[in-house]
Design a protein around this ligand. Structure first.
Ligand SMILES: [Zn+2]
Length: 257
């Protein structure tokens, strides 16, 4: 009798164990499918991705020096050393410098592919941040760094560019018009609201933590006359009476406020 009871108990235990194994197995299959589904969904939703892009036709650029008017031909990545070191301090994190290198490369290739501002001067891009993007020669860059940090700073810049060779930001398989800024004041604005045009890959995003850095807020003072002239240049029927109370009011904000 005892033997039979033991056998029944053992049978029960074995059945429980089989059920437990089935539950665990099913659970892991469901979990695995869910993970794959989530990753696929995330990738599908990414409007912009860092991908390899064959920019073999654009490995040399013609750089216009705005101070002398001279045009210099440079290998693209050598040109990018001068851009990254002019646009971002070498003391910044390596990953930030790499991101800057990818954005600068993308911006440069986009300019060459879509028509430069300097076709008349026979150049692809100029060295002014106010017009295209900043660039500084290696000689001038090194001279502005303290002697002890020159070599390590330059190596850091070269590494940011060299370790991202082949990487550009694409949308629909084409390089984007990759604008960049130092501080967006808490959130970026949709370019359509500033310049018009269409930039589906540049949406407004919040950028927390920027209040700790320079250029978070800015103030511009213009005289009444200057204001009138600026408004008239854009809206020929513009009128304003400064004697009225509150002649200037904010009626509307964009979503990135
Ligand atoms: Zn330019």
């Amino acid at each position: 009798m005892k033997f039979f009871r033991l056998l029944i108990k053992l049978k029960k235990i074995i059945i429980y164990m089989i059920i437990l194994v089935i539950i665990i197995k099913c659970g892991s299959i469901v979990f695995q499918n869910k993970t794959e589904e989530t990753v696929a969904k995330q990738e599908e939703n990414l409007p912009v991705a860092y991908k390899e892009f064959d920019y073999g036709d654009y490995t040399t650029i013609r750089l216009l020096h705005t101070d002398t008017g001279e045009v210099e031909e440079l290998p693209l990545d050598v040109y990018l050393y001068g851009v990254v070191s002019a646009e971002m301090p070498a003391s910044y994190e390596e990953e930030a410098l790499k991101a800057q290198a990818i954005v600068a490369r993308t911006y440069t290739i986009y300019k060459i592919m879509n028509g430069s501002n300097h076709q008349e001067q026979n150049a692809d891009i100029c060295d002014s941040s106010a017009c295209c993007q900043a660039w500084i020669s290696k000689e001038n860059r090194l001279a502005r760094w303290e002697e002890g940090s020159r070599e390590s700073n330059w190596l850091k810049i070269e590494n940011a560019v060299n370790s991202t060779i082949g990487e550009v930001i694409l949308y629909d398989g084409q390089p984007i018009d990759a604008f960049f800024h130092s501080n967006s004041g808490g959130s970026t604005e949709i370019p359509e609201n500033v310049w018009g045009g269409s930039f589906p890959y540049l949406q407004s995003v919040e950028t927390a933590g920027e209040d700790a850095y320079t250029s978070y807020a800015s103030e511009v003072q213009v005289s009444k006359d200057e204001l009138i002239q600026k408004m008239l240049s854009k809206y020929s029927t513009f009128e304003i009476n400064f004697d009225e109370p509150n002649p200037i009011q904010i009626l509307e904000y964009t979503d990135s406020r």
